[in-house]
Design a protein. Structure first.
Length: 115
């Protein structure tokens, strides 16, 4: 006669199948996340903007100065695929420009800006 009382470590065949499925689903989710992490994004650091007439644009030459709307010392905007994700300040690292993040836009704020 079979014993219907199972210990905590024993699983019925149905439970074993369910456990195998959930393990497989977790693996698929991990693989899907890995695929997303490999998607390239265009990152843009915006120093400033301006508007000008085509006539003024055609007059530009070497040494010309284009005045921007941002003031010196203002924080720069960091965009991922043209969406604001952070703000920061210009720094120099090993003779190259870099950005020190001073503010990161929360995921909730990013979602709110979509709607």
């Amino acid at each position: 006669m079979a014993d219907n009382n199972q210990t905590a470590t024993e699983l019925t065949p149905t439970q074993q199948a369910g456990s195998a499925k959930s393990g497989k689903a977790g693996k698929n989710e991990s693989e899907n996340l890995d695929l997303l992490l490999d998607i390239p994004l265009e990152i843009t650091i915006e120093l400033g903007r301006t508007k000008m007439l085509i006539n003024d644009l055609l007059k530009l030459g070497q040494g010309s100065i284009i005045e921007l709307t941002k003031e010196a010392g203002d924080t720069l905007e960091i965009l991922a695929n043209n969406r604001l994700i952070a703000k920061g300040d210009v720094v120099v690292v090993n003779k190259k420009y870099g950005i020190r993040l001073t503010e990161v836009i929360s995921p909730m704020e990013r979602v709110e800006k979509l709607g």
